[in-house]
Design a binder for this molecule. Structure first.
Ligand SMILES: [Mg+2]
Length: 236
């Protein structure tokens, strides 16, 4: 039986990938005098160079650094535009965020059963706080851990340990929900937590691609609700 649920944030509580693409295209309109292809190519190079330089750290995901470097590659002074690109990106992104269908109902059902809720995410704290506010989750989340705070990213055990310390609940009574098999699911299991793989594209994949021994997988919040109901004293 479980007493707490920890959610990954991006692509687990809402559709990150679709929004990232739309926000990226929205920012492209600000960069004048270069083609869409040049902008995209410079951005991809900039993102990779930032990740190569910073490794597995929260800052390696910083859009500010990606946009600054994109402009440097395009021979445009970063101080003219990087901050505007950053604010346009996050403005569009935050304005268009929506919880996955069924997530609100699950959060309310967990609350009614006094199940504690955490969020554990690989990114910078200030932007993840904004996302949770825009998703209307201030009253739903008991604690958040970001990789910026933990100093390590998933699947390092340290980030999961910090969540457990904040929740003050033993690992075996906590269930982690995440979309990334290696980082979220296997990482949480290695730290002693229960875990569920949230995999919205599962129905489009061949059976063998998602068949993982001893790993629970769901493709939407309805399935997740049913699965968690069976692990909570008295159901949901
Ligand atoms: Mg994720």
């Amino acid at each position: 039986m479980i007493k707490a649920v920890i959610f990954d944030l991006d692509d687990t509580l809402y559709d990150y990938k679709a929004l990232e693409r739309a926000a990226f295209e929205c920012v492209g309109g600000l960069v004048l005098g270069v083609s869409v292809e040049q902008y995209e190519e410079a951005f991809m190079r900039a993102r990779q160079a930032t990740k190569d330089m910073l490794g597995e750290t929260a800052t390696s995901h910083s859009r500010m650094l990606y946009f600054q470097k994109t402009l440097e590659y395009l021979d445009i002074r970063p101080l003219y535009l990087a901050l505007e690109m950053y604010e346009t990106y996050w403005g569009f992104f935050l304005d268009n965020m929506l919880l996955y269908p069924g997530a609100r109902e699950l959060l309310e059902a967990l609350h009614e059963k006094y199940i504690r809720v955490g969020v554990c995410t690989d990114l910078l704290a200030h932007i993840q706080h904004r996302k949770l506010r825009r998703l209307g989750m201030m009253d739903d989340v008991d604690c958040m851990v970001t990789s910026e705070e933990a100093g390590v990213e998933k699947p390092s055990p340290g980030i999961f340990q910090l969540c457990l310390e904040k929740l003050r609940i033993p690992a075996e009574e906590v269930c982690f929900i995440g979309d990334n098999l290696e980082r979220d699911v296997k990482g949480a299991m290695a730290a002693g937590l229960q875990a569920v793989w949230f995999h919205p594209e599962r129905k489009d994949c061949a059976q063998e691609e998602t068949a993982q021994d001893d790993i629970d997988v769901v493709s939407d919040y309805e399935e997740l609700y049913q699965l968690l109901a069976g692990r909570i004293e008295g159901g949901l």
